[in-house]
Write a protein that binds this ligand. Structure first.
Ligand code: AHR
Length: 343
């Protein structure tokens, strides 16, 4: 939006603010402050962005929030309304509606689940506010309801875990007839991260008749829930050859349970542990041989988001889908990544 347009927008914002103050009614809030942003953004001629973060369930999520807050800070000319939805889609929808009533310049959000966004995004479209998705994807009948997305290819992440396991078993000379018992600790059910990683891994597993997925249960991307689920899995299965855990926080919970049960895992044992995310503690555990492989999910998406907004501000076209760079960490390559890891 051009500077002139923003001046008009600031005046509208100020008028809405004054009329609300006079009528004594506040905006619909979900931890979104009612009034300060209007006045500040108006005074400083800033780009007002409303961001709804899905929660703070993991180390990865905190890094992702920080990346967004750093990229859209005052220094870069932004006024960021940051909302934490505490894992609830209804909170995200309320926050988005609040951003619409505040007439922010852009709405960005990291969707907790894949479905259920059609109505609220139509409201944003009708209000003429561009929406940018961050981290996870959504499914819509009309792709025009959002302007761009930046994040990871979750399906590819799942495939990467599967390909790594193929190689690992080959190197260990495991024959195609030897049974491989696998349990999968999934993330939040219905999130694109859970769906994509599951589909990706399953697509590789399907090629191997001897890979048996005994169970796929959600640990909700949290340490506490994963502990509960792992305890139950240990009671149910005598022999687990592979544990696939869809994020690092759940992996740490799994490790606590395995340690308590004196169940050997990691390098040099019969139970292999695969994780996702690649936070610093997990990378150190890969180096130490406790986690066999960790598929990276890159939380540093703030600058990508800012670049998209800057392009839109200049009136340039933007790519609809923007992928962050990611890799897989194993004992062979992990050392060089540990020092610079900030999360
Ligand atoms: O959507 C990304 C996933 O969500 C990360 O793997 C996980 O840690 C987070 O909570």
């Amino acid at each position: 939006m051009k500077r002139y347009g923003r001046k008009i927008q600031s005046i509208i914002i100020l008028l809405i603010y004054i009329s609300m103050m006079l009528s004594g009614c506040g905006l619909n809030t979900v931890g979104v402050s009612d009034n300060e942003p209007f006045a500040e953004a108006q005074e400083k001629d800033m780009i007002l962005v409303g961001f709804s973060q899905l929660g703070s369930e993991s180390v990865w999520r905190s890094a992702n929030s920080l990346s967004i807050q750093n990229a859209l800070d005052e220094e870069h000319g932004y006024f960021l309304q940051f909302n934490n939805a505490r894992q609830k889609q209804e909170n995200q929808i309320k926050a988005i509606r609040s951003f619409i009533s505040q007439r922010v310049s852009y709405i960005a959000f990291s969707p907790v689940t894949q479905d259920g966004w059609e109505i609220v995004l139509k409201e944003a479209q009708d209000a003429g506010i561009p929406v940018i998705l961050v981290d996870r994807t959504i499914s819509l009948s009309n792709e025009e309801l959002y302007t761009a997305w930046v994040g990871s290819d979750s399906r590819e992440e799942g495939e990467r875990a599967g390909y790594w396991l193929e190689e690992y078993l080959k190197e260990k000379n495991v024959s195609d007839t030897q049974d491989i018992n696998i349990v999968v600790m999934q993330g939040t059910i219905g999130s694109s991260a859970q769906l994509g990683r599951t589909m990706g891994f399953d697509s590789v597993a399907d090629r191997h008749k001897n890979w048996h997925i005994l169970e796929q249960t959600s640990g909700e991307f949290t340490n506490a829930k994963a502990k509960e689920v792992m305890l139950d899995m240990l009671e149910k299965y005598d022999k687990i050859d592979v544990i696939v855990s869809q994020n690092d926080d759940m992996t740490f919970g799994i490790m606590d349970i395995l340690d308590e049960a004196r169940y050997p895992y990691g390098e040099g044992t019969d139970t292999c542990l695969i994780s996702f995310d690649g936070c610093k503690t997990a990378l150190e555990l890969v180096r130490d041989g406790k986690i066999n492989a960790d598929v990276e999910c890159n939380p540093n998406q703030g600058e990508y988001l800012r670049n998209i907004i800057e392009k839109l501000e200049r009136g340039e076209a933007v790519e609809k889908r923007n992928y962050v760079e990611e890799t897989i960490f194993t004992k062979e390559n992990v050392e060089r990544y540990i020092e610079d890891r900030t999360y």
